[in-house]
Write a protein that binds this ligand. Structure first.
Ligand SMILES: Cc1cc2nc3c(=O)[nH]c(=O)nc-3n(C[C@H](O)[C@H](O)[C@H](O)COP(=O)(O)OP(=O)(O)OC[C@H]3O[C@@H](n4cnc5c(N)ncnc54)[C@H](O)[C@@H]3O)c2cc1C
Length: 258
């Protein structure tokens, strides 16, 4: 293992944070249990005082085929997974095309689009050297209870990459803002949409410093330039407070605040 300085104002998708020392884990290392693991930082909001961080090195960015199984390392970026599936005519990974991040992040978040979620196509996850079948992992809408750090996952190979599905999913997602964000800020509460609630309480388009509840999609917190952690946190907290007051619904963050 070795340390690397990562500047979260550049590395994170929401472009908030500062240069921070991150411990890089290499193949064969014992994974420390007193550090927070990050993937591609597409779902993170990093504070000025984050916990000690670690990250899987490129040793964990691989794809290999064994009999009817595809094994993918947890540090593999989703874009490269889709390219591989397309090249080898494998079905099921089309929806990963516009989910920025790594496989590890997708597994931990049970990331997905519409009815497509990573757990639907998953066979098993390698967690700290042990393979655990999907059915033994508690998971649901945008969460999975992993018992540790995922280093790889296996998927049954099904033939037939669908360019049609890929195109349909890509066009479906065009209602998202292009400004830097960390994806949806809140999970949708049961039977409703966080974006709708943010809009109803009048926060859509509202700005604090350079952070804003997007005018394109209210559940996206966007960074219009030099947005700070404090501004982001202020907007998140005020949305929670206003929505709780009006609807008695306590929204839960989808983004991870470190
Ligand atoms: C523009 C935009 C659009 C998005 N749209 C969607 C969407 O439609 N649907 C959706 O689900 N998400 C969406 N996201 C969020 C994001 O793409 C997913 O959550 C993605 O899976 C995050 O991956 P990451 O590698 O960046 O994880 P990070 O953001 O780095 O980490 C997320 C969480 O995963 C954990 N984690 C990461 N790697 C591992 C590992 N190996 N083992 C255990 N835990 C791990 C981290 O500890 C953290 O809790 C969007 C993000 C952006 C910026």
């Amino acid at each position: 293992m070795f340390f690397k300085t990562i500047d979260f104002s550049k590395y994170s998708s929401i472009k908030v944070g500062q240069p921070t020392e991150v411990l890089m884990i290499e193949k064969g290392d014992t994974i420390p249990n007193d550090r927070y693991l990050i993937g591609g930082a597409n779902n993170l909001l990093v504070s000025p005082t984050p916990p000690p961080l670690m990250m899987l090195s490129k040793d964990f960015a691989y794809i290999k085929e064994e009999e009817n199984m595809l094994e993918i390392g947890a540090a593999m970026p989703t874009g490269r997974i889709v390219s591989y599936a397309k090249k080898h005519d494998i079905a099921g990974f089309e929806f990963c095309s516009k989910l920025p991040g790594t496989l590890g992040g997708m597994l931990a978040m049970n990331a997905g689009v519409k009815e497509y979620e990573i757990f639907n196509i998953l066979h098993s996850i390698e967690i700290e050297g042990k393979w655990i079948a999907k059915d033994n992992i508690n998971h649901g809408y945008r969460f999975a209870k992993l018992s540790g750090i995922a280093t790889a996952a296996r998927f049954e190979i099904k033939e037939g990459f669908s360019q049609e599905l890929l195109d349909a999913l890509l066009s479906l997602r065009s209602n998202q803002p292009l400004d830097p964000s960390a994806g949806s800020a809140f999970k949708n509460p049961e039977g409703d949409y966080a974006g709708r609630l943010i809009e109803v309480v009048g926060l859509k388009g509202i700005r604090k410093g350079d952070m804003q509840w997007s005018e394109v999609h209210a559940n996206f917190l966007v960074n219009l330039g030099k947005g700070s952690f404090e501004d982001a946190k202020y907007l998140i907290d005020s949305a929670k407070e206003k929505i709780f007051k009006k609807f008695n619904i306590m929204l839960q963050e989808e983004i991870k605040i470190l």
